[in-house]
Design a protein around this ligand. Sequence first.
Ligand SMILES: [Zn+2]
Length: 300
Amino acid sequence: MMLVAGVDVGGTRIKSMLSDLDGSVVLSHTASTPPRPGDSIVEVIAETVATLVQRARADGITAPLAAVGAVVPGLVDEVNGMAAWSANLGWRDLPLRDRLQERFDVPVAIGHDVRAGLLAEFRLGAAQGSPDALFVPLGTGIASALLAGGQVVAGSEWTGEIGHVVVEPDGPPCGCGRLGCLEAVASAAALGRAWNALGRDGDAETLSRAVEDGDHEAIRLWEGAIDALVRVMAPVCAAAGTRLVLVGGGLALAGATLLDPLRDRLVRALGHDRITVTQAALGDRAGALGATLLAMEAIA
Ligand SMILES: [Zn+2]
């Protein structure tokens, strides 16, 4: 047996796991992300892998480590192995693959958290058998990853940044400094803020329950968000021939309250009904599982 390590660096938590080459997870671990680590994320990832291997040895697992995969948020250029930019985590133009490779004597792969998550959903989760899929996690922000013809699309470092497409030119301010970006209108965080601005308590989950109860203010907000999502998703689906939209993140927990109207409006926008909208299956493990898959590809 041989092992691969997968590390998913998130804004608040680092999820890591060891799996065998069949994809069975033998050990997993979650730790807090240090505040604004910047380039020191290289040491953090190296220590995370070392800790995993130590724990495996303590459990009597002696199989050697064959490769390491690490995925990060923000702008990532997989071709050149660059962590190009993360505003929250504080790095820019970090040659992450080369810097990690100096610390390991096994192959290292790096990737983008959402694209790696989609790879995991395709191999192990809700996109199995669906080679043309769009993955959109709706959480604090909004990102996307596209699978076309069974390949995860990764072009320049800006790939997938649909969260900053402007959908309401006079809309709410976005963290990027502009007004009315998709993620300032339709992310779970934005919906929670808009709900509170109406003088209502709770967050996006409270809002979704109010929608189910027929609350008119809630429904207006909810439908506005779905319209904004469809305005951005439909052209992507049309261009790429997407047959499956996988929704992830906190907002996906609203289930049919979100997914059914989203699908109805996508069908109307696209002019055909050969599209499925469903909830992602792997939850917050998708990124780390995807990182182990990238590690396996690095061995071959
Ligand atoms: Zn923005």
